[in-house]
Ligand binder design. Sequence first.
Ligand code: GTB
Length: 308
Amino acid sequence: MCIYIYVYIYIYTYIYIYIYTYIYTHIYIYIHIYIHTCVYIYIYICVCIYMCIYIYVYVYIYVYICIYVCVYVDGCVYRYIFISVFSCNELTHVLYLLFPVGPYTITYFGVRGRCGAMRIMMADQGQEWKEILIDFADWTKGDLKASCVFGQLPKFEDGGLVLYQSNAILRHLGRNHDAYGKDGKEAALIDMMCDGVEDLRLKYVKMIYQEYDTGKDQYIKDLPNHLDKFEAVMAKNKTGFLVGNKPSFADYGLFEVLLNHLVLCSSCLDTSPSLKSFVEKMSARPKIKAFLSSDAYKKLPINGNGKQ
Ligand code: GTB
């Protein structure tokens, strides 16, 4: 009997322990796996979310920068197409708003000189620009001179575009700001007037820098002969501008050179009514008026040798 009870207890205990251990172990393993799986799934979800956010933000920023750059470049291209192919003034104004040009940078000596006209033009066109003023003593060291295409200033920067030669800069501004005529014929006439202004400017510069003391009086005497040509064109066009019905880059050039001549001889336009009225109207344009009365303009001498 005792043996019977003993065997029974033994078997019972064995079965009990076996079942208990089995169940317990399985439950334990199950919970363990469950927890680990949850942790792994959690980590996996976190990584996925992080990667998605990272990729999304990265791609979003990257794509938008690419799109903006492409659209901006395309905008510039479309702007030029509209100007050159369609000569469509109203649409180009909209494009200028969408894809603004500039800001520009001028590197030049602390004078009005070859930059007078472009500064007035940019002011009138509502542009802002940066000025880098070069001391003539620094210029003579030669490094900057060596870097300039023709060894001279002004240097003009429009983003990555670097230009020299003041009239090329005026033309560039004319293209950028719809001040180059409404079609090819007007553009050709504006080019012609710009070259005429350049001839007058060269005579003026020669007198100022080389013959001021000996040649000034004769220069003033001869002046009506030179101004007559501009007077005739201005009177014939009847719009108050050299070509077309709004200011072109040649008008800004003529306006500035006439301002300098009025300083040289205040009565020089008395026999040129159309030019006189042109100077008055240009001077009264609000943005030009503000610029001409600004310290930035007034503080600069007209020429590099102090003569005017
Ligand atoms: N064709 C060119 C243009 O239209 O831009 C002419 C440019 C030019 O004449 N630049 C002159 C220059 O760089 C400056 S305008 N000169 C220096 C050199 O050739 O080494 C004239 C001038 C002379 C001196 C001063 N100054 O003493 O401050 C300022 C401006």
